[in-house]
Design a protein around this ligand. Structure first.
Ligand SMILES: [Zn+2]
Length: 262
């Protein structure tokens, strides 16, 4: 029944704020495979956690999950609406989804840009085809039990300080946040426009890993905007604070399962 409500609210909302969370990076059927677990351990031991998002993407592609399909369905439902998507998940399927132009921000980064490992301040750059291939080949080796970190020298060096280039995401020791700054500025401007508007807030699978990016600010918007309504969908962390009762609703379901049924 709550899914019927959400469908109806999407149709009638003036503005829609969507949060995508950790559940998009934590599909049980990916994370519980031996290959995924072993590979993740190797990357952590090698202090190369910045490869984790591309490692996850690779394993998802091997296991043929329906994450991309489910996200495309959501984008389809939002077509023609005034919306913005904020994602703390780094899954590349999110970046590839055909959202409205410029309406996605990924503050934790992704596997789409490279940055200087020393975070010297040089702006992150988009991955080239050869970089994608190199990463894909390296992940394929990792999947088969061998990992050659030296291959990653092929990602090049920073033009300014000559440190190696690595993926621009929150797992980088010195994460360069300039990689998402432009989109973040668009997002904060969009948020200013939600004041006194009928805004629908949808949180899909957002846990407590980075609560200051989505959970806390979304609650604040729901609280202060008289016309706001909020739906929080999460397998475990679906609870709603007392002061939001009546305008916010929690659904205990995995976000991807929920979207499949929506
Ligand atoms: Zn540098």
């Amino acid at each position: 029944m709550i899914l019927d409500d959400i469908r109806g609210k999407i149709a009638s909302a003036e503005m829609i704020l969507v949060g995508l969370g950790e559940e998009f990076d934590h599909l049980a059927n990916v994370r519980k495979t031996d290959e995924y677990e072993k590979g993740s351990e190797i990357l952590q031991q090698a202090e190369m956690k910045w490869l984790l998002p591309v490692w996850y993407d690779y394993c998802e592609s091997i296991l043929k999950t329906d994450t991309a399909k489910v996200l495309a369905k959501l984008a389809g439902m939002l077509t023609g609406k005034n919306y913005f998507v904020v994602s703390v998940a780094m899954n590349d399927a999110i970046a590839q989804t055909p959202w409205a132009k410029g309406r996605l921000v990924m503050p934790c980064g992704s596997s789409r840009k490279l940055q200087c490992a020393d975070g010297c301040g040089a702006d992150p750059v988009a991955l080239q085809k050869k970089d994608k291939k190199l990463l894909f080949d390296t992940m394929e080796q990792l999947f088969h039990g061998s990992f050659e970190p030296d291959n990653l020298k092929g990602l090049g060096i920073c033009e300014h300080c000559h440190a190696p280039m690595i993926l621009n995401n929150i797992y980088a020791k010195k994460y360069n946040e300039n990689g998402y700054l432009e989109q973040w500025n668009l997002y904060t401007k969009w948020l200013q426009g939600t004041l006194n508007r009928r805004v629908l807030i949808l949180e899909f699978g957002v846990g407590m890993q980075f609560p200051s990016v989505i959970r806390f600010p979304f609650e604040k918007i729901a609280y202060f905007n008289q016309k706001a309504e909020m739906y929080r969908i999460h397998e475990k962390l679906y609870q709603i604070a007392e002061e939001l009762k009546g305008k916010a609703f929690g659904l205990s379901q995995n976000a991807i399962d929920c979207l499949r049924n929506l």
